[in-house]
Design a protein around this ligand. Structure first.
Ligand SMILES: C[S@@+](CC[C@H](N)C(=O)[O-])C[C@H]1O[C@@H](n2cnc3c(N)ncnc32)[C@H](O)[C@@H]1O
Length: 241
């Protein structure tokens, strides 16, 4: 995962749309304490910081020091944002100190999502809310003349590429199992009609080539004509009672 890749997603129309919705669902207010878990290069920190204002705090946590350095640079003008090295499985945060928590495409990668959710519950105050923006790669659709090729691509990505590839659909259950009250779940379908954008964000050509080599797809499909692909991201909202 590179900073230009993450910036590209955030700048795309589908990326901007679901990210704005996640911030809206966080229902942030002045003076709140918010944490962005797996904050990467600080993609969402400015939006969180502006919503809580200088009387609040935002802590961005990531296990990647290079990402944290970029996030630090990008939030230098907002001193109520701090960055910490840490792992979602063992958050460097006090019990019950956060009003709001956020993840964006992070739980799809962690070794133990249930443990990460237990940590999120631990750090939330009673009444605190978490918004989890996580995809479900089984719902990756690419229009190909032979539909088997598109289905093969989705099977390749879910089986070989992303560790917790179908976490989107499971988060409501996992939140409930972690003792969180699920408030709402939304599914946002991003639609790509331009193969170059789909290449940048989904790696559609690159992954077709890999899927052929791995035996999931017979031959790389011709994507030179009219193009359509879609990917699904779930926004799961839960609270600690
Ligand atoms: C797909 S990036 C998303 C970054 C950011 N949330 C965004 O929307 O641009 C996933 C981030 O999660 C971080 N990450 C993955 N597993 C982690 C873990 N167990 N603990 C802390 N950070 C983790 C990675 O270092 C990476 O920065």
């Amino acid at each position: 995962m590179t900073v230009p890749y993450l910036d590209g997603v955030a700048a795309s129309v589908p990326g901007r749309t679901y990210k704005q919705r996640a911030v809206d669902l966080l229902d942030l207010g002045p003076g709140m304490d918010a944490v962005d878990l797996g904050c990467g290069p600080g993609t969402d920190l400015a939006a969180l910081a502006d919503a809580v204002g200088a009387d609040g705090t935002v802590v961005g946590i990531d296990r990647d020091d290079a990402m944290l350095a970029t996030a630090r640079d990008r939030t230098a003008g907002r001193p109520w944002v701090t960055l910490r090295h840490g792992d979602l499985h063992e958050l460097p945060l006090d019990d019950a100190g956060a009003d709001r928590a956020h993840t964006d495409r992070v739980l799809q990668h962690v070794a133990d999502p249930a443990r990460a959710l237990a940590e999120i519950r631990r750090v939330l105050r009673p009444g605190g809310r978490v918004v989890l923006a996580e995809p479900d790669w089984d719902a990756l659709l690419v229009d190909t003349p032979d539909p088997a090729a598109g289905r093969g691509l989705a099977r390749f990505v879910t089986t070989e590429v992303v560790r917790n590839a179908t976490i989107g659909r499971s988060l409501a259950r996992l939140c409930a199992e972690a003792g969180l009250d699920v408030v709402t779940v939304e599914a946002h379908a991003a639609v790509f009609r331009d193969v170059e954008t789909a290449e940048r964000i989904l790696g559609v050509r690159r992954n077709f080539a890999r899927a052929v080599r791995a035996g999931y797809v017979d031959a790389e499909p011709d994507l030179s004509g009219p193009f359509l692909a879609s990917a699904l991201i779930f926004l799961t909202v839960a609270e600690r009672s």
